[in-house]
Design a protein around this ligand. Sequence first.
Ligand code: PEP
Ligand code: MN
Length: 338
Amino acid sequence: MIIVLKTQTPEKGIEEIRNRVLMLGCQIHESKGVNYHIMGLVGETSNIDPDSLKANPNVEKLIRVQEPYKMVNRLFHPDDTAITVKGQTIGGGSFAVIAGPCSVESEEQIVGIAEDVKKAGAGFLRGGAFKPRSSPYSFQGMREEGLDLLKIASEKTGLPIVTELMSTAHLDTFIENVDVIQIGARNMQNFELLKEIGQTNKPILLKRGLSATIEELLMAAEYVVAAGNKNVILCERGIRTFENYTRNTLDLSAIPVIKKLSHLPVIVDPSHASGLWWLVEPMAKAALVVGADGVMIEVHNDPVNAKCDGQQSIKPERFSELMENLKQLAVIQNKVMH
Ligand code: PEP
Ligand code: MN
């Protein structure tokens, strides 16, 4: 339930409503804009008598929220959420670019790629240290050593680090060393993991599950936000369909849909969505045009010999060209690219 307060409501009147709602066992998620002040209620809203609230002269109107997700619902927070990490913003009118290899493979590789993508204008460095591979016999990532190498690359370039967390066992290390914690598609519904990262204040990049609906993605984000962490960035990375020419099917319509339903920023990963390097550029451009707040792109200096996802990785030179094209499109779409 949402209480929309009259714009001129004095603090005393607001406090009165707050206390009443809290006494009835609800939690309040308040959001204030230039022309609105709303209280989003979660918890035991059935205890609330709508008629008595409506009788309060400071209440403009009451809205019942039909959707199961509340805190991430745009009704609870009409303005876009923007998340800033080390001076780089995702959401709220900017277009963020996260780039780097699928996996960290060596110091030379990650530092070299980080320098290249930084020069081309990327704002964040990606690179998997702990890799969720379909086969236990495939390269599993450099693990802790990979995190150390990401740090070296980040210190050299100033790019914040985005990397995937798979287990709560590594949470403390991630809190200390990582700037944005990625939760991969395979863990989107690992609810215990979501609750744990919800208790941190690290920005979370939450990727859409392999076969997850938009509502399931928003419910996964709700777990994180409800646990206290409001810094969630959603990521459309393609879903499973009957089409098998591409690795997944990029659900571009999810972007405007999510923008309508939620205030959280949403980016697109055209690399995992398509699985083909030559589709990355057109899909990244499409993502910007349909309103995404950014893209995450796999870049590798030597895709043929990459330990993971070489087929969908673009070389630094191609990434640089893509950035030039995105910058031009950003102007037309009124998005800020740094
Ligand atoms: C990744 O970004 O490295 C990754 C494994 O992606 P996803 O979880 O979307 O498959
Ligand atoms: Mn990958």
